[in-house]
Design a protein around this ligand. Structure first.
Ligand SMILES: Cc1cc2nc3c(=O)[nH]c(=O)nc-3n(C[C@H](O)[C@H](O)[C@H](O)COP(=O)(O)OP(=O)(O)OC[C@H]3O[C@@H](n4cnc5c(N)ncnc54)[C@H](O)[C@@H]3O)c2cc1C
Length: 416
């Protein structure tokens, strides 16, 4: 890290990571200037409700990350509708869309990600629905009442969350997934199979090993030709085919980019004056294998805290346990840990009851616990995995054993 004193931190990106960083810097007593740049016009907001509560009730969705008074009260210079365009590393300046050049002592890239558009002939981004921003969510909710048939491209978290909400409104949903199972990038086969049955039970039409080849306007809607030869007539096409990190500005500045801005275990790029956090950053995660780029609130928040600590004198490697959640109709899925390289699965509880967990092991060691409607399993697993404790497989499978008993006992006299 640069030994120069840091009196101005500039944060590119006003999402979960950028705002958390600004807030934590202040919480930790940082007295220099903190500038947050965001290219969206809205007060920084949470994204998870966009595919959950917001689609049920726009008014009730818990959106803003902080109230408007927070930024002024904490002397955080939040500039919305402003895009960071170019990094001048030699001058330590950031060029903005307004033409202004903004000097920084430390720059943090928290630019997040954008939706990936699959290569479908005739697909024009303005024709499809997607869900990344509040603007996208407003467009979708504005059309909900008129939709009778929606084609969802992608069987990941967001595609399935939206599909389940559409089914609750009795909309016909055709979900097209290129892989052979749902949420295949992150879930075990056991859990993926459960969700297949669950979504079929909701009435969602699932197609696997299939992709959209071509789409064209047809009346007020679209015709979508699939790789299996079928042609769907649909009111709307929702693209939920994963994201791409917003890392172009970093690569144009000569920083290493490989599925995200490459950072080390302290979340620093190779430039000691530039860090990267959240969805845009590829980092060596101690719970994974090699470099990973995570897309979760936990990761955005904890990476922000880690960088805030470093910038205020507490320089520690990033080592928070990854965890995730997704709400799909009555199923609350929670995941603790990273499952890459897992080679054995043990089921705890009964999938038929819609309440169970899958314990995943890598070379005999517990690495991930996936839970459905089993918050207690999830919470205890987070503690066990964070403490680097494994669970014997026969214990994991035995629901009569309380897993809390495996947690280390608090030291005598401790306040916990
Ligand atoms: C619909 C939806 C549902 C989700 N549900 C869950 C969930 O249930 N659980 C969970 O853990 N995670 C969920 N996520 C993921 C989670 O919201 C993200 O991982 C998290 O928001 C990442 O935060 P971030 O700050 O890194 O990026 P972002 O939230 O993407 O914020 C980055 C911001 O920077 C802006 N920006 C980009 N480039 C520039 C630039 N050059 N100049 C200025 N501004 C720029 C972007 O427009 C954006 O506003 C969901 C995401 C979506 C979209």
């Amino acid at each position: 890290m640069s030994s120069e004193p840091i009196s101005r931190v500039v944060i590119a990106g006003s999402g979960q990571a950028g705002v958390e960083l600004a807030a934590t810097l202040r919480q930790r007593g940082f007295e220099g200037s903190v500038i947050v740049l965001g290219d969206e016009p809205d007060l920084p907001y949470q994204r998870p409700p966009l595919s959950k509560e917001f689609l049920k009730s726009v008014e009730d969705a818990p959106l803003p990350l902080k109230g408007p008074a927070f930024y002024e009260g904490k002397d955080i210079d939040l500039r919305l509708g402003v895009t960071a365009k170019r990094i001048d590393r030699a001058a330590k300046e950031l060029e903005l869309s307004s033409g202004e050049r903004l000097a920084y002592d430390h720059l943090v890239l928290a630019t997040g990600a954008r939706n990936r558009m699959p290569p479908v002939r005739g697909l024009a981004q303005e024709d499809v629905m997607e869900l990344r921003t509040l603007a996208h969510a407003r467009l979708l909710t504005g059309r909900l009442d008129e939709l009778k048939h929606v084609t969802v491209l992608g069987g990941g978290f967001i595609g399935l969350e939206v599909a389940s909400l559409l089914r609750a409104r009795d909309v016909t949903v055709e979900l097209v997934e290129a892989a052979d199972r749902l949420m295949g990038r992150v879930l075990s086969h056991e859990m993926s199979d459960y969700f297949r049955g669950f979504h079929e039970g909701l009435g969602t039409r699932l197609r696997f090993k299939t992709f959209a080849e071509e789409m064209q306007r047809h009346g007020d809607g679209f015709k979508v030709r699939l790789s299996d030869g079928d042609v769907l007539e649909t009111d709307a096409v929702m693209v939920a085919a994963g994201v791409l990190p917003n890392s172009e500005m970093a690569s144009e500045a000569g920083l290493q980019v490989n599925n995200g801005v490459v950072v080390d275990e302290r979340l620093l790029t190779e430039d000691p004056s530039i860090s990267a956090i959240g969805d845009c950053a590829a980092h060596p995660n101690p719970y994974g294998i090699g470099m990973v780029r995570l897309e979760s609130v936990q990761n955005a928040v904890d990476q922000a805290k880690c960088v805030a600590a470093r910038l205020t004198g507490d320089d520690q490697p990033y080592d928070s346990l990854p965890w995730f959640w997704s709400n799909q109709a009555s199923a609350r899925l929670q995941i603790a840990g990273l499952s890459m390289g897992a080679d054995e699965a043990v089921v705890r509880g009964d999938p038929a009851e819609g309440k169970f967990s899958v314990f995943l092991y890598r070379q005999g060691r517990l690495v991930t616990v996936e839970s459905v409607n089993s918050a207690a399993d999830h919470m205890v697993s987070r503690k066990l995995l964070s403490a680097r404790l494994s669970v014997p497989k026969e214990v994991a499978a035995d629901t009569s054993v309380d897993l809390k008993g495996l947690l280390p006992k608090p030291a005598v006299g401790s306040a916990a």
